[in-house]
Design a protein around this ligand. Structure first.
Ligand SMILES: CC(C)(COP(=O)(O)OP(=O)(O)OC[C@H]1O[C@@H](n2cnc3c(N)ncnc32)[C@H](O)[C@@H]1OP(=O)(O)O)[C@@H](O)C(=O)NCCC(=O)NCCS
Length: 156
């Protein structure tokens, strides 16, 4: 079972993020693939009426992470066209360190589909990272007039 794990370990043979976004995963910060696109500590201002972190806050960071990922793939201007398959798997709490890992699902003519995996680390000393959210985001490259443009020639 790879759902709960200690930071920096690779428990139970879970494979690396780059090849296993569909699986639950370990966090290892030593390889390039394991560096999150966004990492942030959740504050009281981000809470909902239940005291958990508001889903919209998580989504906004999912959006930012996907946009940043797309820009690394091809440095263009992007807008978010679709957010789909968003699943909130477990609640995020105040003080959690939340990491947003990204992976390219598909590069189309004008769009890049990005998978975003969100983990939350809780505790002091030995941290546990829990997979809390997963989503796919379609980012569309646009020109200065807001019209979709081809990505192909801009891929780094
Ligand atoms: C993004 C926008 C410019 C696209 O215009 P459009 O007329 O839909 O353009 P297209 O039909 O050519 O689609 C553009 C790309 O999106 C993809 N796309 C469109 N709808 C899609 C959907 N429902 N699911 C998956 N991909 C979709 C298309 O396949 C195409 O990608 P491809 O060229 O790689 O195949 C326009 O819809 C827009 O400005 N939307 C608002 C964006 C926005 O403000 N986002 C929120 C804040 S950033």
């Amino acid at each position: 079972m790879c759902g709960f794990f200690k930071t920096g370990t690779n428990k139970d043979g879970c494979s690396s993020f780059a090849t296993s976004l569909n699986q639950k995963r370990t966090i290892a910060v030593t390889t390039k693939e394991e560096i999150p696109r966004v990492r942030i500590v959740m504050l009281p201002k981000d809470t909902n009426g239940l005291g958990n972190i508001f889903g919209g806050v998580i989504l906004s960071h999912v959006d930012l992470a996907a946009g940043e990922h797309a820009r690394r793939v091809a440095p263009l201007r992007y807008v978010t066209k679709v957010m789909r398959e968003v699943e909130f798997i477990a609640p995020v709490k105040v003080g959690d360190t939340v990491s947003f890992y990204t992976e390219t699902v598909k590069i189309g003519r004008t769009s890049i589909t990005v998978k975003v995996l969100v983990t939350s680390e809780r505790g002091i000393g030995v941290l546990e990272a829990i997979k809390v959210t997963e989503a796919q985001v379609v980012m569309v490259a646009i020109d200065e007039n807001g019209n979709p443009i081809a990505i192909k020639d801009h891929i780094t």
